[in-house]
Design a protein. Sequence first.
Lengths: 407, 407
Amino acid sequence: MSSSASTPQVLRRTNLKAVLDVMRHGGACTGTDLIDRTGLTRATVIAVCDDLVRRGWVRELGAERNEGVQKGRPARRFEFNGEAGCVLGLDLGVATVTAHVADLKGTVLGRAAQRIPGRAMEATPDERLETITGTVDRVLEDAGLPTTAVLAVGIGVATVVDRHGNIAGGHQLSSMFDLGLQTEVWRDRAWPVLLENDANLAALAERWRGIGQGTQDLAVMLAGERLGTGLIESGRLLHGSNGGAGDVGSLQLVEGVGSQDGIARLARHWGTQALAEGRPTLIRELVGPGTTRVSARFVFEAAARQDPVALQILDKIARRIARVIAVLGTFLDPELVVLAGAVADSAAALLPTINRELPSLTERPPRVEVSRLGDGIVATGALRLALDYVEENMPSLTPGGQPAAVG
Amino acid sequence: MSSSASTPQVLRRTNLKAVLDVMRHGGACTGTDLIDRTGLTRATVIAVCDDLVRRGWVRELGAERNEGVQKGRPARRFEFNGEAGCVLGLDLGVATVTAHVADLKGTVLGRAAQRIPGRAMEATPDERLETITGTVDRVLEDAGLPTTAVLAVGIGVATVVDRHGNIAGGHQLSSMFDLGLQTEVWRDRAWPVLLENDANLAALAERWRGIGQGTQDLAVMLAGERLGTGLIESGRLLHGSNGGAGDVGSLQLVEGVGSQDGIARLARHWGTQALAEGRPTLIRELVGPGTTRVSARFVFEAAARQDPVALQILDKIARRIARVIAVLGTFLDPELVVLAGAVADSAAALLPTINRELPSLTERPPRVEVSRLGDGIVATGALRLALDYVEENMPSLTPGGQPAAVG
DNA sequence: GAACATAAATTTAGACACTAAATAAAAGGA
DNA sequence: TCCTTTTATTTAGTGTCTAAATTTATGTTC
């Protein structure tokens, strides 16, 4: 299954990748470094490096002194060329478009966010596309990058996406994001476009730059307005047969958990309810007089000041989340569960209750943490998705920017 | 990550595997067949075939006529040599040891089962090992196979096993199966021993020879005495960080589901209860007078004859199972859920209720079916596990039986 | 500063695996 | 018997790697 026929050229390609992998992780490398880490001969290593330099993926550094005592002929030093191109990471929300751009080392070179004008829910596909392309163009321009430098685009959407990057129809919001981004829209730019569910990208982000570093099995709950879960098992994203894995929105089962409610929405809902019932609470003061619209922030703030009503709301939310985590832990046995999303900062207040509840709900409860990646978590994951694609296909691709003559 | 350094020899190894893969699936092959399916040149294909024949993995067939009109020089015909070795598949239950042996094409050559003598729960490791080795020796002897013919042993155990094949400590029954099978026990036989959770093997079996053929994402509930679930996503088994994935035994959460109760145990429990309460039911007649020990079989039989009490018990069981399936479907989005285990035949009676309940518990409920693989499901999966190992490592291994001189 | 030690690069010869093209072989049919 | 067809085999050439010898560029020592 795994294997397909090979030619000597495939062999070289494999070794190009092996050397690139080492360079990406290890910074500047001498030939000897690469010999140690790849097991190849010096002759081969040097040939591969020269090949990579010729193709534009690697730079040879000048004759700066290596650190320490130096005897013998100075080593040539090679470095992965992070500027050989860039990747875009987009987060398409219901009302907002966020775009990050990074070089091939993953260094973020620019960020931009833009609201969909007017009433977002009613925006036409074309209006949506205009905002998206506008945001992308702006972030590229600000970073001084031509469109030809873009080697891949990762895009997170708030709906179900299968493992081939196709938006699964028949889901909530699925039509909102089914905009032909992979095919028609940027055909002239010839960008490889990779779609993925936003919670899945949050999981990639957490494993790349968040608490999940070094973890092979983790779940990330993107619990802002909606409630979505990104699942990584053995270092790979889970999708299920139609991409619905982790889409716990439809979980009607666990008593008290269900519908599509994320933390923010629940806080708002119960906060509003408390006000409507006229219960005495700090939330009222924070919201201000004359309005009944409670934002989640106020509830968390009131709780931070020990307001009993707000604390009770958080307790209720935490118990609800704990139940989902318990089910998740039982079915998937992740090492770590991360709470992320718009309210991640405040979610820390939920942890004590969650950790108190878990042992009664499941044996061996997973470790639970709160994300520290903030708002850009999905866009960050989108960058990672794009980088994964580029790294996987690197030898075959043509570096962006200059058209790079390859023999 | 994925790539490691390569030499020309690795290339040949890849092509050996590619050719073997085609042969395993396609039966007897001519050179032209292989050219079409691998993309290699005729010269290479023939060289690879000769190589495989020399190593013993492939047989060249005599000059039998090919079907149809034959012009031109007759093609040499090659066939995967299923008799180049065999694999063992073991199912270690609490009280029973089952062993299957199959050739490398997966054709079962022998079966044996043996009870652990005395009170199984109290058997010492040595007693257990004696039964295991005894069963293995018998099945090999009956099939007329020497121990040197065994290329791998797959073993299913009723406890948690991580993805490296290590039994995770601290679980129910974990010490019962931690017998040093991989290392000490058969050291003299030098067999590669692969441990895996029994429900996971049931999943492999369903995908190999059961209802799950061609399915990439499925869950198999092994629901006899205990309740365990084997999960396959994108064609791969899920283990989770410690192997606990699918070990729903500890799911205390879903109201009414939990503990370790499988279908048989529940049927027995509620059947006994009904008798104790003195309710009028066919079960009593089936069990016979003077005893209160109800076996699951009687409950299913009574239900088949429309006994109201038995039907009510099945209804209760089905609702319970439906809830687990709903959670499973929501979190993992499998294409198919298979009910398997000792009572699989009878479990068909549960399907109508399960399918009626599911839509109210989750959107897009998965397809649910009952296994037709019967008792040997775990041993069958164990064979598959062993075959996977052998197929993956085939070119490097030495065929069993004769010591096969390789140049 | 010349001779030496050292580490790395480069060159050379050889092995292995593949392709492509020419040649040979083994059938059936005219 | 000769021709056609299909396949196998041989031959020459290419790409990639290793291993070993050689060269290069540096620092150290006397």
